[in-house]
Design a protein around this ligand. Structure first.
Ligand code: HEM
Length: 214
C-alpha cells in the first residue's frame, strides 16, 4: 500500500496535468474561432489588435496541447519519431507564440506590472526551449530532458495563471490586483516546482547518473 501511494499520486498528477493542458489549449483555440461577449475585457482589445494575437493563441495552444505527449515516457520509448515530430511542432509553436507574446506584453491588462512579468515569461520560455534543442542536437539527452521539463513548466504557466484567476473569482477579489499577482506567480511557482522535482529525481538516481544529470 505504502509503495503504491507515490505511484498513484504520480499517475493522478500526470492525468491532471494532461487534462488541464488540453482544456486551456482548447480555450486558446476557441479564441480563434468563437466570438467572445463584448464585455470580455481581453476579447474587446484583441478584436482591434494585429497578427500577434492569433499567432500567440495558435502557437501556445499547439505547444500546450502537445506537452503531455512530449513528456510521456511511453511515447518517447515506443514511438521516438512521434516524439521528434511533436518536439519540432511544439518548438515552432513556442517560437511563434513567444515572439507574439513579447509584442502583446506591451499592452497588457494591469499595465507595466503584468507586462514585465509576461515579457520575462516569454523570454524564459524561448530561452529554455532553445537550450533544450541545443542539448539534443549535441546528443545530451539528460540536458535536453532538464531544459524541456522547464519549457513544459513554463507552457503550463497558462494553466496556473487561470487557476489563480479562478480562485480570485471564487473569493470575490478585485480582478486587476489578482491578475498582476497571477502573471508573476504562474511561472515562478511552476519553475520552482520543476526545479524541486528535477533535484528530487537526481537525488534518487545512482550517484554517477545524478552527477551527469546535475
Ligand atoms: C508561456 C508563455 C506565455 C506568455 C509570455 C504569454 C503572454 C500573454 C500575454 C502578454 C497576453 C495578453 C494579456 C493581457 O492582455 O493582459 C496573453 C493572453 C492570452 N494567452 Fe498567453 N502567454 C503565454 C502562454 C500561453 C499559453 C501556453 C496559452 C494557452 C495555450 C496562452 C493563452 C492565452 C490566452 C487564451 C490569452 C487571452 C487572455 C485570456 O482570456 O485569458 N498563453 N498571453
Amino acid at each position: 500500500m505504502h509503495e503504491r501511494s507515490p505511484r498513484l499520486l504520480r499517475d493522478i498528477a500526470t492525468a491532471a496535468f494532461a487534462v488541464l493542458a488540453v482544456a486551456v489549449a482548447a480555450y486558446a483555440f476557441a479564441y480563434l474561432y468563437v466570438d467572445h461577449p463584448p464585455h470580455n475585457r481581453f476579447a474587446a482589445r484583441f478584436a482591434v489588435s494585429g497578427l500577434d494575437v492569433p499567432a500567440h493563441f495558435f502557437g501556445a495552444g499547439l505547444a500546450l496541447l502537445l506537452a503531455p505527449l512530449q513528456l510521456s515516457t511511453t511515447v518517447r520509448r515506443r514511438a521516438p519519431r512521434v516524439h521528434r515530430l511533436g518536439g519540432w511542432l511544439s518548438a515552432g509553436g513556442i517560437l511563434v507564440s513567444g515572439i507574439a507574446a513579447l509584442s502583446m506584453a506591451r499592452h497588457t491588462q494591469g499595465g507595466a506590472a503584468s507586462g514585465v512579468a509576461l515579457a520575462m515569461l516569454a523570454m524564459a520560455w524561448l530561452f529554455c526551449m532553445g537550450r533544450g534543442i541545443q542539448h539534443i542536437v549535441n546528443g545530451d539527452i539528460a540536458g535536453h530532458r532538464r531544459w524541456m521539463c522547464r519549457t513544459a513548466a513554463l507552457s503550463f504557466a497558462a494553466v496556473t495563471l487561470r487557476l489563480i484567476l479562478a480562485l480570485g473569482v471564487a473569493f470575490r477579489l478585485p480582478f486587476l490586483p489578482v491578475y498582476v499577482f497571477a502573471t508573476w506567480a504562474c511561472w515562478l511557482i511552476n519553475l520552482a516546482v520543476c526545479e524541486a522535482w528535477l533535484r528530487h529525481r537526481a537525488g534518487r538516481l545512482h550517484p554517477s547518473t545524478a552527477a551527469t544529470l546535475s
